[in-house]
Design a protein around this ligand. Sequence first.
Ligand SMILES: *[C@@H]1O[C@H](CO)[C@@H](O)[C@H](O)[C@H]1NC(C)=O
Ligand SMILES: *[C@@H]1O[C@H](CO)[C@@H](O)[C@H](O)[C@H]1NC(C)=O
Ligand SMILES: *[C@@H]1O[C@H](CO)[C@@H](O)[C@H](O)[C@H]1NC(C)=O
Ligand SMILES: *[C@@H]1O[C@H](CO)[C@@H](O)[C@H](O)[C@H]1NC(C)=O
Ligand SMILES: *[C@@H]1O[C@H](CO)[C@@H](O)[C@H](O)[C@H]1NC(C)=O
Length: 632
Amino acid sequence: MSSYRAMGVTGGRCRVNLLITLFLMCVCIATAAATVAGAGYAKYRDPRQPLSRRIDDLLGRMTLAEKIGQMSQIEQANATADVIKKYFIGSVVSGAGSVPAVKAPPETWAKMVNGMQRAALSTRLGVPILFGIDAVHGAGNVYNATIFPHNVGLGCTRDPKLAKEIGAAIALEVRATGFQYAFAPCAAVCRDPRWGRCYESFSEDPEVVQGMVAAVISGLQGDIPGGQRKVAACALHFVGDGGTMDGDNQNSTFHELLRIHMPPYYSAVRQGVSTVMVSFTSWHGVKMHANHFLLTEFLKTRLQFKGFVISDWEGIDRITTPAHADYLLSIKLAIMAGIDMVMIPYTYTEFIDGLTKLVQNGHIPMSRIDDAVRRILRVKLTMGLFESPYGLAGELGKKEHRELAREAVRRSLVLLKNGKAGDKPLLPLPKNAKGSILVAGSHADDLGSQCGGWTVTWQGVAGNNLTTGTTILGGIRQAVQGHGTDVLYYEKPDAGFMRRNKARFDYAVVVVGEPPYAEAFGDSLNLTIPPPGPSLISDVCGSVRCVVVLVAGRPLFVEPFLDAVDALVAAWLPGTEGQGVSDVLFGDYGFTGKLARTWFRRVEQLPMNVGDEHYDPLFPFGFGLDTQPLKT
Ligand SMILES: *[C@@H]1O[C@H](CO)[C@@H](O)[C@H](O)[C@H]1NC(C)=O
Ligand SMILES: *[C@@H]1O[C@H](CO)[C@@H](O)[C@H](O)[C@H]1NC(C)=O
Ligand SMILES: *[C@@H]1O[C@H](CO)[C@@H](O)[C@H](O)[C@H]1NC(C)=O
Ligand SMILES: *[C@@H]1O[C@H](CO)[C@@H](O)[C@H](O)[C@H]1NC(C)=O
Ligand SMILES: *[C@@H]1O[C@H](CO)[C@@H](O)[C@H](O)[C@H]1NC(C)=O
């Protein structure tokens, strides 16, 4: 707009001077052209300019309000076009379970995001919004997305190449909604399975986590970050979230911070991760959200992390106890500690007013604001957001991604037992049973429990109404189809039923495990299989040969019934592609997964990790029986 007006004014001045020579006219036209360039051409918009020059140019044009807008990440529920334009909002988050409509198709997501993006692009400088979403095992918030196995299962594959392919698929599914920033991968080293976020961790072993984290980042971002098929990644949660006392969510890290919890961040930074999210935990009594030493001196200066640091959801509020007790203090401590973007997400007027006041009063120097904005702009420019701010259609839940997820399920399964002492192995199961086979248990036909937390909603929901996919029962039915085998499914056959009917069954598949959960709600001190799992196992396995498949985010207390079962499989939280389980049970593929966590005997042993002096596990780290695929 302003460039057209400049041209008109200059042209008018030209027309007044009628006696001008051709030479002078040329000079005048050249001047007009230069004026146009001055107003219309902006270095920061020119992808041929070097990155640092684009950042300097844009930063140099920004007002304090525009800078603070870049540092603000607000909830999508608050992100109306008016709010975006008024506050120059730099980032929008879709919180877990925050969706534009129930079962919204990707087009509805993209429409919402594109509307917000248009508002941002219409502002004076037109800096595009970075849209962030949880994606720890797929585009988890989105109905009909491909849900991959949670990281606890992927760690058992020990396969960074597979993890990279999964990262690349997740990037496409996230882009299909218009979002371009994934809160993944989780870089936690879970040292105690009583922590309800343990399933988000690849392993108790930092080295395994390092390899998988780097691979997922390269899949999400590309080896050279940028482009419409890639997203910005986020290593989380910095640092020590997996090392709290008794696995208490958000408590203090007491294990060795540098030796155990820091190494994944070395790998993430080396891989060029765009962002790092701060942990809710504390270290030596200091909340990570206020920890200048670890965020600024260690991560930014020592490790030379060049991306931006983002707070967790209302994370700065919790610097004080109770939360949000002194928000101005929280803002000051967080920004001065080195947080660059704040996931506010709701109290954005209070945040923006507070930060503005702190800068105007000299409590936060402009140099700190400029550093934060520089880092944010670097990520946006590197990603190519200015050139392609919109999403990508046709990538959500597509067949290739579901096949990749099914492969990941197959590779993540760990076979813990196969055959009682002196007996022949039960697995692989024959597809052509002589009679019927029994499938039983609360988790046999339950997609929501297979997916676990961070699926469509925050804590996840049991049942088959949450999203689309195939249950383990569905996979079993497909596997034996055409082999003359009847599959009978009873969720809770009791001892009487088993006595009356056991002659009908060649064998049984019992699928039990944990209900869905996520942070805080998943903290558990006993790690028992919820009822009626244990009695179901004894009723069924006491009558017919049985394989027990555990659907759970962590090792559970299984020692008491281990002798009663013929075979035991840890399926973790496999996600939407349940056929991955039946593929291996029936021998189309062999078991290859190896434990990435120690399987304890009794909870009193915890924490107990590989390398500990007193190490007496039920199944050690690295354990897993192999089977050969059946020749067909
Ligand atoms: C943001 O949205 C939430 C949820 O709809 C609402 O409760 C809150 O008041 C909004 N915040 C502001 C500052 O308008
Ligand atoms: C950790 O948990 C203990 C016991 O519940 C509590 O007293 C303490 O305040 C917690 N520490 C932090 C940093 O939250
Ligand atoms: C889910 O996604 C697939 C692949 O994009 C599509 O064919 C199917 O119609 C979708 N299903 C639902 C219920 O939205
Ligand atoms: C399934 O979800 C739809 C909306 O998504 C809801 O109307 C329906 O009541 C749900 N059914 C069950 C059994 O929860
Ligand atoms: C085990 O812990 C869970 C979660 O804390 C609780 O709901 C359950 O009742 C406990 N079970 C037993 C047997 O104590």
